[in-house]
Design a protein around this ligand. Structure first.
Ligand code: ITT
Length: 190
């Protein structure tokens, strides 16, 4: 079975590929010659995941899934949420995003946060959504250098390590993307 994973984020691709059973051949956007930046104009992560998956299905006529992920910080009214990639203005500048988040949290006692992943599957014109949530907190300084994005400041509940201090496998076992991916894999195996 061939499936496109509609992401330009190489870290996401690596995480997801490591979880998929071998009988599923995972194709990247590069593999199908898609260099466009698929616009994320939705108001929720679910909407954006559907937008990305359907774009690939409609343009390339291929079965596809897409992931949209947001970090929701409780004391910031669930910001940055759907704007996680462009929180500091410029898209995908993780250092700037982290800096802005830490600065906005400076005087807040409540540092609870959660990652939420929506995975949309477009398979033979059927659309299915899978969600994964990981609760945790935003620590005050950066720790670890694995992972990507907000990983160095996110410590999942019940652990004394940030995602950036964990192996890929540990992050997938407890993380938002891993949870959503296991639901997708379950669905595909039926
Ligand atoms: P695609 O849309 O091409 O998949 P993206 O990087 O734009 O890639 P998202 O819109 O889903 O992906 O993610 C928004 C941002 O949230 C992303 O740029 C990261 O900074 C952050 N992010 C997403 N998943 C994360 C994770 O597992 N750990 C830490 N930060 C994450």
């Amino acid at each position: 079975m061939k499936l496109v994973f509609a992401t330009h984020n190489k870290n996401k691709f690596t995480e997801v590929k490591a979880m998929l059973p071998h009988h599923i051949e995972l194709l990247s956007l590069d593999d199908i010659g898609c260099n466009e930046d698929i616009e994320e104009t939705g108001e929720t992560i679910e909407d954006n995941a559907i937008l990305k998956a359907n774009y690939v299905r409609d343009t390339y006529n291929l079965n596809c899934f897409a992931d949209d992920t947001g970090l929701e910080v409780q004391s910031l009214n669930n910001e940055p949420g759907v704007y996680s990639a462009r929180y500091a203005g410029v898209s995908h500048d993780s250092n700037a995003n982290i800096k802005k988040l830490l600065s906005n949290l400076e005087n807040k006692e409540n540092r609870s946060a959660r990652f939420k992943t929506a995975i949309a599957l477009s398979l033979d014109h059927e659309e299915v959504m899978f969600l994964g949530i990981c609760e945790g907190e935003i620590i005050k300084e950066l720790r670890g250098d694995s992972g990507f994005g907000y990983d160095p400041i996110f410590q999942p509940k019940g652990f004394d390590k940030t995602f950036a201090e964990m192996t890929l496998q540990q992050k997938s076992e407890i993380g938002h993307r891993g949870k959503a991916m296991r639901k997708l894999i379950d669905y595909l195996s039926k």
